[in-house]
Design a protein around this ligand. Structure first.
Ligand SMILES: Cc1cc2nc3c(=O)[nH]c(=O)nc-3n(C[C@H](O)[C@H](O)[C@H](O)COP(=O)(O)OP(=O)(O)OC[C@H]3O[C@@H](n4cnc5c(N)ncnc54)[C@H](O)[C@@H]3O)c2cc1C
Length: 428
């Protein structure tokens, strides 16, 4: 059997709080709900369910936070990916759902940090920035949308000089500052939530890949050395799991994306670059994003590769982009470089639904998983109680599916992304 893989060699892994090595499942057990995958979707769902008194087992193939959740940009941004498409297909009920849940993930995270004393360098404040007039117009429209929904106090439009008060660069023509958006150390948030889940009775097994699911009134998930029978199964393996191919394959193509973190900056330099400590992302399709960490490094992410191709020199690709925005970092060393797989559905609407009556899945938040993973946890916790949730909304959405995706998927996504990169380059 393949041994569990360690966390990616990231800044997060190097500064993670201590976490126990959880056991491998080695017997047959029963529970009410079994969850496959220990990222934000799996752990947040486990905690939401356990807090409501359900018995939960969580099976993780590697370590808690091994996937995208433990290596992402740490931006906790409001809203969902693919909102326009969801509203286009599902109409006003989708719009109502999206505005109602916009910052629900942020609220859950903030409440849990307080309730369970989770230390994860969480800071409120984010901004989406525009590289050209077309992007700025889109941000103005977004601002108008917030105002129409009575939330204009949450966001603030800034022109070039206005934005300059928040970041020491002339790279952008303006931006939309989001006072409810936030950033954090995602691995420490997740490890804190996993510990809280265990305090609430959740049993977590690591190094335990699930190999198959039997459906029926009492579904069973199989692993190499044991199985779990339950009333409900939640599949939360995101871009990594290969289960239920007949229903789930071909909708979401995994892309690799990359992050670097510099050495700690002096207090003066950190204050000069990002005086309001905002998390920034630009408006390109293939976007750059950055922020300060708790110990004042600049953490910078961007670039995407497909077809399982890796960038050989991550620092060589990303550091020049970072220094174009902040030439002040000319002599600053990069200390960490890593990559991760991000799940991007072809129409960008997350894939959330049911494989059968009691087997749920959620994956493919396309870069919004810190917030949305937590919202989905609440949705699942409501769903097992028979309550109305947004799951049907996503389940009924039509997604584009690539036949034989395993074979042609990578190149097709690469082609699509080349188109978007060209649009970014032309500013159209
Ligand atoms: C580099 C990078 C930067 C990103 N930046 C941001 C950001 O700034 N903000 C944001 O909101 N989102 C960001 N994202 C996206 C975000 O990280 C994801 O949407 C989110 O973490 C998904 O959480 P998840 O729990 O669904 O999946 P993951 O975190 O990927 O977890 C899935 C887990 O399931 C396990 N697993 C898979 N198959 C099996 C199996 N068969 N049996 C048992 N376990 C299994 C895996 O080992 C893995 O640990 C980024 C992603 C990447 C890669």
């Amino acid at each position: 059997m393949q041994a569990r893989q360690a966390h990616a060699p990231s800044y997060y892994a190097a500064s993670a709080q201590t976490a126990p090595d959880r056991p491998v499942l080695s017997e047959d057990i029963e529970t009410e709900i079994v969850i496959v995958g220990g990222g934000f979707t799996g752990v947040a769902s486990a905690l939401s369910l356990a807090e409501r008194g359900h018995s939960v087992v969580l099976l993780e193939a590697n370590r808690i936070g091994w996937g995208a959740s433990g290596r992402n940009g740490g931006q906790v941004l409001g809203g969902w990916s693919g909102e326009g498409e969801l509203v286009k297909q599902m109409g006003p009920k989708a719009e109502e759902f999206l505005w109602k849940t916009r910052y629900l993930g942020n609220e859950i995270v903030e409440a849990r940090m307080q309730k369970y004393d989770i230390k994860c360098d969480y800071v409120r404040g984010a901004a989406t920035v525009a590289l050209n007039a077309r992007q700025m117009k889109a941000l103005e429209e977004e601002f108008a949308d917030y105002a129409e929904h009575g939330m204009d106090g949450v966001v603030e439009l800034a022109d070039g000089p206005g934005l300059r008060k928040h970041m020491a660069t002339d790279a952008y023509v303006g931006g939309l500052i989001d006072h409810r958006g936030a950033h954090c150390h995602p691995l420490n948030l997740l490890l804190g939530e996993a510990a809280a889940a265990e305090k609430n009775g959740v049993k977590i097994f690591e190094g335990t890949p699930v190999t198959a699911v039997d459906h029926g009134p009492a579904p069973v998930v199989h692993t190499a050395n044991g199985k779990v029978s339950a009333k409900y199964v939640i599949l939360a393996g995101n871009a990594y799991h290969m289960l239920e191919k007949e229903k789930l394959s071909g909708y979401m193509l995994p892309a690799k994306t990359y992050v670097i973190a510099t050495e700690p900056l002096s207090d003066d330099l950190a204050e000069e670059l990002l005086p309001s400590n905002l998390a920034i992302c630009d408006s390109n399709w293939v976007l750059d994003y950055f922020r300060l960490t708790g110990d004042r490094r600049l953490l910078f992410g961007g670039r995407c590769t497909y077809s399982n191709r890796d960038i050989d020199d991550i620092e060589g690709e990303l550091a020049p982009r970072m220094r174009r925005i902040f030439p002040q970092l000319k002599n600053t060393r990069v200390e960490f470089s890593w990559g991760g797989v991000i799940g991007i559905p072809l129409n960008r609407v997350p894939l959330i639904g049911k494989v059968s009556d009691n087997v749920f899945y959620a994956q493919g938040y396309a870069g919004h998983g810190v917030n949305c993973g937590h919202i989905v946890g609440e949705m699942f916790a409501d769903a097992v109680r028979g309550k109305e949730t947004g799951i049907d909304l996503f389940d009924e959405t039509k997604h584009f599916r690539i036949p034989a995706a395993d074979i042609v998927g990578g190149p097709m996504l690469a082609l699509g992304m080349s188109w978007y990169r060209m649009r970014d380059a032309l500013g159209v």
